[in-house]
Design a protein around this ligand. Structure first.
Ligand code: SF4
Length: 401
């Protein structure tokens, strides 16, 4: 019997991260062009990078979705037309949209497949049916929906459903938030969120003689749906999505590897009755994160999902130090350095599949073979390693917390 599991959809903040996410097991990636999305601070893709990204993905049976989920004004819609025609020409697999005007523009000028962004806050089957009538083929549900509710929406509306499984949460209703507009003059709904909800605030009610100083009232814990993955599968959810286009290569690699391994394990065994879940959880914790919680996936999120930004998880003390470019020879590999490391460090190479390899750095050389004691970011170095590795493998280092 074939067991169907959801597509794993990972974030791709830039072309390198796209390659990392797909190489580590993501079936799909989502990304933004230079305009029209909600992450103006991400690197985002030029038209040429989009083409290279789609080719890389399609060559590996993965798909690419482009976000067009900003709330656009009339003049933006005129500029949108050549861009969506280009997306169709390079065979992008779908666009993720939240605005009705954008949907109409896409339908008028292209045959692109349209996914509804979580930003549109679809929370029920009546709304889902209406979006379907308008030409939407997949709905990224609002993050306030539980897996059980999602299963019912899928059944009643008979439409593809995508849900967030991991990443930062937004305390506002599926991202419809204007705090940054008021506090920083930056428009959250046009890519300018300044994470104002993560700041420390003081609250004072003069007439109630109440004051609370330097408190985190609105910062949400991070979502982690690993322990409820079976519920996603049983509910027939079509795609599980990892948040985080702005996050690191290490994040893209770890999330894609852990969740793809877990989904593959279930597909092969039909259950999660394994010590592997502890291993996967431990890997997820190594990436910088706020306290993890399943948010609304099973029960309604409540006050226990407010995170105090002063608290750091002691496990999340790994940093990316580099990315494998190639082998230099049988005994050395070439690393593109992201963060400095030193002779004597023990770094870990994360393969696309299987166990991490530890490498004791007892010598390092620049490309011109000069021996060095410490690396500099954005340089290439050769380090000793004769084991199996591939281009785009990530190298991490445990750092002192
Ligand atoms: S400020 Fe916070 S709540 Fe508002 S959009 Fe940004 S992350 Fe979401």
């Amino acid at each position: 019997m074939t067991i169907n599991v959801p597509e794993l959809l990972s974030p791709a903040g830039n072309l390198d991260k796209l390659k990392v996410a797909i190489s580590y097991g993501a079936n799909a990636v989502y990304l933004g062009g230079l305009k029209f999305g909600l992450r103006s601070a991400a690197d985002n893709f030029t038209d040429e990078e989009l083409l290279e990204g789609v080719t890389f993905a399609h060559d590996r049976d993965a798909v690419v979705y482009v976000v067009l989920n900003g709330f656009l004004h009339d003049k933006d819609l005129d500029e949108l037309v050549p861009f969506i025609k280009y997306l169709e020409e390079i065979a992008i697999d779908a666009v993720i949209v939240s605005d009705l005007g954008v949907i109409e523009t896409i339908k008028a000028h292209t045959n692109l497949e349209i996914h509804l962004s979580t930003q549109a806050s679809c929370l029920n089957s009546y709304s889902a049916k209406l979006w379907k009538k308008m030409g939407v083929t997949r709905i990224v549900l609002g993050r306030e929906v539980s897996i059980d509710e999602a299963a019912k929406i899928k059944k009643d509306a008979d439409i593809e459903i995508e849900m967030f499984v991991h990443g930062s949460m937004c305390m506002a209703f599926s991202g419809n938030c204007v705090i940054s507009n008021f506090t920083q003059g930056r428009d959250s709904n046009r890519g300018g969120c300044a994470h104002s909800c993560r700041f420390e605030y003081s609250l004072k009610f003069e007439d109630m003689d109440f004051e609370k100083k330097n408190h985190y009232f609105m910062s949400s814990t991070d979502l982690n749906g690993l322990r409820v993955l079976e519920k996603f599968i049983e509910a027939g959810i079509d795609s599980i999505k990892v948040e985080g286009r702005m996050k690191s290569h290490l994040y893209a690699a770890t999330m894609s590897k852990v969740y793809s391994e877990a989904l593959r394990y279930y597909k092969e065994n039909g259950h999660f009755l394994s010590d592997k879940i502890v291993e996967w959880e431990s890997e997820l914790k190594k990436v910088k994160h706020r306290t993890y919680a399943p948010a609304n996936l099973v029960e309604k999120a409540a006050t226990d999902t407010i995170f105090d930004e002063r608290v750091h998880d002691k496990d999340s003390n790994y940093a990316i130090v580099g990315r494998v470019l190639d082998r230099a020879n049988e005994d050395e590999i070439i690393i593109e350095v992201r963060n400095a490391f030193n002779i004597g460090d023990e770094v870990e190479l994360i393969p696309f599949k299987g166990a991490t390899a530890t490498i004791k750095i007892n010598q390092m050389r620049l490309m011109n073979n000069t021996a060095i004691e410490r690396t500099n970011p954005s340089t290439l170095v050769k380090i000793p390693f004769s084991g199996f590795c591939e281009a785009n493998n990530i190298v991490r280092l445990k750092v002192l917390s």
